[in-house]
Design a protein around this ligand. Sequence first.
Ligand code: FAD
Length: 377
Amino acid sequence: MKAEVVVIGAGVIGVLTTAALLEKGISNIVVVEKNYPGSGGSFRCATGIRASFTSREHVEVMKRAIELWPILSSKYGIKYSRDGYLWVLTREQDVEFFKKVVEFQNSRGVPTRVIGPSEVQELVPTMRTEKIIAAVHDPLAGKADCFEAVLNPLRDLRKQGVSILSRTQANKLIVEDNTVKGVHTDKGVINADQVLVAAGGGSRKLLKTIGIDLPIRDLPKHVMVTETFKPFIKPLIIDWSTSSYILQLLHGNFYIGADIPEQYDVEASNKIEFLRKAARVWTDYFPWLKEVYILRYWTGFYDMTPDHHPIIGPIKEVEGLYVAAGFSGHGFMMAPAVAEALAEYITGGKPVVKEFENLNYERFVRGDVIKEIAVFG
Ligand SMILES: Cc1cc2nc3c(=O)[nH]c(=O)nc-3n(C[C@H](O)[C@H](O)[C@H](O)COP(=O)(O)OP(=O)(O)OC[C@H]3O[C@@H](n4cnc5c(N)ncnc54)[C@H](O)[C@@H]3O)c2cc1C
């Protein structure tokens, strides 16, 4: 089998990049997926989208993503809504910290604001606000349907002749004379002029087959969803002091996440401790949640890098090889901008957002990691 481009991984990054490549006139593309499309982080995620970050790189990349989400939404029929984010603060020291964060975000055009409990009450009428001192509101933030964001473009790709090989695992990259030549899979060799590794946490193992050690580690994250309701909570709400969050997904379920002590690179398993914490925090804010049934609990992984920013772009040592991994819990929201940037790189151009150039793998080789005004989220 021979392709112009092989994309390894059919998560939101691999699928949207393939769609962006097709738009640029590359049609001989093979997508290799070891399980089924979306089965990695993409179908487990909270679907949150925001530009309210604390590094120039994250803010600029996410601002571009927020411009692109409505375009993708109407092109592929993906539910997307700018319902905002709310960080609720219950400790004085956090309010001071967030004032600095908001100042930085406003200076880069992100319209976050510090608001009081009465405004929180207006935004979320069913929430108890007695404990809240202040909150940060990001009105530009939102959410999208993660299933539609993968499956709808995928349908289009298939119609346009892209080969999507599910249940096919990439085992080893083929490199000769510092140039990528293809990939060994468990179903045979695929020769290719260019290869994109967008395999989430699996990217590290693949790059190791050619001696490149991506600094990515998998961190388990726990979430649960309830039965579905008509829409009535708009923003994604983060309780800063307990590192937990709740949102109503666009298909109606409440989706609740909460951090509990975890270790990197372990087999993820469900823990009663998570259910206890998530229930305690959110039934306190929303007593009516006690009446709501939990449907499912799952774990997923954040593919974490040391500076919590992704690794995106060409691998300089190997001609024709590109990587997009290490999204550290934010790959869904930035996917449209990442796809656009990768399609530029792969067709010989430069990304529209120049900050992408700071997100290359070489920053770790140089020891020049991304700086944040505060470590955040
Ligand atoms: C609980 C949770 C909540 C999250 N919430 C958010 C959020 O609110 N907003 C946000 O932006 N992000 C969020 N994320 C992160 C987000 O889900 C990921 O960053 C994003 O989905 C990454 O997309 P991806 O395509 O890079 O990876 P994935 O979706 O993981 O896709 C990679 C694919 O590669 C395949 N693969 C791996 N190895 C191989 C191989 N050797 N050969 C072939 N295929 C292979 C996998 O099977 C997988 O399907 C969350 C993640 C979790 C776990």
